[in-house]
Design a protein around this ligand. Structure first.
Ligand SMILES: [Zn+2]
Length: 230
């Protein structure tokens, strides 16, 4: 579905992925494994484009429900895969995805095993402040060490990955069990204070399609209140 002109949300593959339509196609995240066909179908049947028009696959972080089809899509389309170096190490199998919850760490491990997710190297390393495919890269460590948000300054859209969510009219903060470092996560969210965006698109939940930065500011204010009263 087209959430804003030129930005499509491909649903039904667990974590959302977003396809940006332009002279080149850019895909933000790739969903759970075994859904490459669904994404290719969207490109060819809904957008009437060629698979080879997909040039960039940008991964907001290393979780299996976001990277699941990246390798397969790269081999079919020739697109290059970009991620932050700290998560690129996890994607390449050099480091393990950690949270503060040992049960959850085991679950991530088992999930990767049962879904037969193979490690792979990314093609491009992207850092805070970089521009890629017209998007500004924001390093947002917390959910994972190399979590990223991507900001589209032209459309005023913020792709936030799993740093924040939106559901039932409320901005949702990080869940402790799947967060690598809660302190850093909250610090990263603070960075959004100075950013003006009208829409926030996250890895899960619903698209926040208007007045997004005001809603996030409100969330930050409540978050800080809770900090001081704790
Ligand atoms: Zn995640």
């Amino acid at each position: 579905m087209e959430v804003v002109p030129g930005v499509h949300l491909i649903e039904g593959i667990t974590a959302h992925c977003y396809l940006i339509d332009g002279p080149e196609l850019t895909l933000i995240d790739t969903g759970m494994p075994r859904n490459a066909k669904k994404i290719l179908h969207y490109i060819t049947e809904i957008l009437h484009r060629n698979p080879s028009d997909l040039k960039n696959i940008l991964l907001t972080h290393c979780d299996v429900d976001h990277i699941g089809n990246a390798r397969e899509l790269r081999s079919i389309t020739g697109a290059s895969i970009a991620a932050h170096p700290l998560d690129a190490e996890i994607i390449a199998g050099k480091k393990i995805r950690q949270t503060s919850n040992s049960g959850m760490n085991m679950l991530f491990k088992l999930l990767g095993f049962f879904l037969r997710v193979k490690s792979f190297p990314v093609d491009k390393i992207i850092l805070d402040g970089d521009t890629i495919a017209g998007l500004t890269v924001l390093h947002m460590p917390g959910h994972t060490p190399g979590s990223l948000a991507l900001y589209d300054p032209r459309r005023k859209v913020l792709f936030i990955g799993d740093t924040l969510g939106y559901k039932d009219g409320c901005v949702r903060g990080p869940t402790k069990s799947v967060t690598w470092d809660m302190k850093q996560a909250l610090h990263s969210i603070e960075k959004l204070r100075s950013l003006e965006f009208s829409m926030m698109l996250s890895g899960h939940g619903e698209p926040l399609i208007s007045g997004a930065s005001a809603k996030v500011q409100q969330f930050i204010a409540t978050m800080n209140e809770n900090k001081t009263t704790r």
